[in-house]
Ligand binder design. Sequence first.
Ligand code: IDP
Ligand code: MG
Length: 169
Amino acid sequence: MICTILSIFASIFQSGWTGVNERTFIAVKPDGVQRKLVGEIVRRFERKGFKLVGLKLMQASEDLLRTHYSDLRSRPFFGKLVHFMNSGPVVAMVWQGQDVVKTARKMLGETNPADSLPGTIRGDYGVEMSRNVIHGSDSLESAQKEISLWFHPHELQNWESSSNSWIYN
Ligand code: IDP
Ligand code: MG
């Protein structure tokens, strides 16, 4: 177990996905796409100062979703969750920046929109737990796993942002 955790951390550091190069996986769920929240969500991450390095509109397969949510497979809502996530297109994204994993989770709010503060995405746009609009990786390890599950390496862009020196000291 400890060896597995150490090897995941080693691969994160080797990948260079740390510091300003830290990356997280964000997905607008089918309810967010149907409710035309894609632009609003992209706007929040852009304005915050994070860099978009991958984005696609896609229909996620049940297989992909079962793998993505495998930690929850024994939970009673697992079947419904996979079915819902497969019910329409999702917008899969990778965002990059310092502390992006932790900060994105704060921007999302809590899993239950009812516990999420106004100003967060789930707090502003969601009501029920099973229709909470957006997914975000919960740790560096899950970010790395989810990015490689949802994106091929060639779908991620390395680009220099012209506003970098106005965001980072
Ligand atoms: P997270 O999305 O905030 O990381 P997780 O616990 O990883 O929350 O759960 C994944 C998703 O499963 C949640 O975003 C939510 O849509 C759904 N979910 C979690 N708990 C419940 C529940 O008790 N009932 C129905 N759906 C749930
Ligand atoms: Mg989660």
